[in-house]
Write a protein that binds this ligand. Structure first.
Ligand code: NDP
Length: 322
């Protein structure tokens, strides 16, 4: 029998990236679908993974041999700050249900998705895989961050006690088609794309909060997808791997905004509201481990990824998450 790969959270930004890569890279290539593989991309409508019985039923239905676990209750700053207990509990439930069911069903390999918010608030940069547990995470989203951190502990514990092949990935900021473009809750790139489009449509200035000076590393969802496929097929250690562009690829929020203006074709007034907070100046993460294990990687240029994201949003405006 072949491999059955279940992707939880398979209908979100990252899951759709994996689906695209699997179906669009040449068959049987390093990242393309292999003849012996069946891929399943599950959404919350198939099973609410906060519920153990529903989780078990999902696994009973598909009988996965491998799992890429992306499903998570995510939210912006406001949802996190006002809901640390809920964010912690719901994510702990999802992760525990998925990982324990994988153990019960003897799933051969599980990759769970963490986030750079697992890292300590006060830590020496660049972030690397050895620094996750060196201090408390940022107080704004400590519930969500601790739930994600716990996955790394669970992976090691299940590996040590039961020999499970459980591991995790830590992506930096992701962007791409199928993102959440909600103006209140979205991450910076989809929020700015949406804002810029509205400014263009309404002939209004495009105003961004903050100075535009903070630096961030952004990874295109389809590049990230290749890394998940690599990790699934070629990496068998419980230790996490950071999935990121290099430290030399940091861009300022101003550069992001300028690239969006270009991609959207906005020609109106473009300004910064410096009364609004900037957030952390920079939090660079190292991709040394990733590149050494993968043997190099050709990243999609930022402007190219952004163009594809804008194009996708324009074409799917009526159905996109806004
Ligand atoms: P999205 O919000 O785009 O997608 C979330 C996915 O999880 C959806 O498929 C959603 O299903 C599913 N889901 C949510 N709640 C449940 C539930 N209770 N039961 C079952 N499924 C559920 O998220 P992303 O694709 O951006 O994120 C995927 C992973 O990547 C997450 O673990 C996130 O923490 C991580 N990550 C994301 C980053 C980013 O910048 N986006 C950065 C770093 C890490 P449905 O469509 O039915 O709602």
């Amino acid at each position: 029998m072949g491999d059955i790969i279940l992707v939880t959270g398979g209908t979100g930004l990252v899951g759709k990236g994996i689906e695209y890569v699997i179906n669009n890279e040449p068959a049987n290539s390093r990242f393309g679908k292999r003849d012996n593989e069946t891929w399943i991309f599950a959404s919350s409508s198939e099973a609410d993974l906060r519920n153990l019985e529903q989780t078990r039923k999902l696994f009973e239905k598909y009988q996965p041999t491998h799992v890429i676990h992306l499903a998570a209750v995510v939210g912006g700053l406001f949802k996190n700050m006002n809901g640390n207990a809920t964010m912690m509990r719901e994510n702990i439930l999802i992760n525990d249900n998925v990982l324990h069911t994988c153990y019960e069903r003897k799933v051969k390999k599980v990759i769970s998705c963490l986030s750079t918010c697992v890292f300590p608030d006060k830590v020496e940069y660049p972030l690397d895989e050895s620094k996750i547990h060196l201090g408390p995470p940022h107080p704004s989203n400590f519930g969500y961050s601790h739930a994600k951190r716990l996955v790394d502990i669970q992976n090691r514990a299940y590996n040590q006690q039961f020999g499970c092949n459980f591991t995790s990935a830590i992506p930096t900021n992701v962007y791409g088609p199928h993102d959440n473009y909600d103006l209140q809750d979205a991450h910076v790139i989809p929020a700015l794309i949406h804002k810029c489009l509205l400014a263009k449509k309404n002939n209004k200035p495009f105003v961004m909060g903050g100075t535009g000076k903070p630096l961030r590393q952004f990874i295109f969802s389809r590049d990230l997808a290749k890394m998940f496929v690599w990790q699934l097929r070629e990496y068998d250690e419980p230790d996490p791997v950071i999935f990121s562009v290099g430290e030399d690829q940091e861009v300022t929020i101003k550069q992001v905004a300028e690239a969006i203006v270009k991609a959207v074709g906005f020609t109106g007034e473009f300004a910064f509201d410096t009364n609004l907070a900037d957030g952390q100046y920079r939090k660079p993460a190292s991709n040394k481990k990733l590149l050494s294990k993968m043997g190099g990687f050709e990243f999609t240029p930022f402007e190219e990824g952004l163009d594809l994201s804008v194009k996708w949003f324009l074409e799917n405006y009526d159905t996109a998450r806004t």
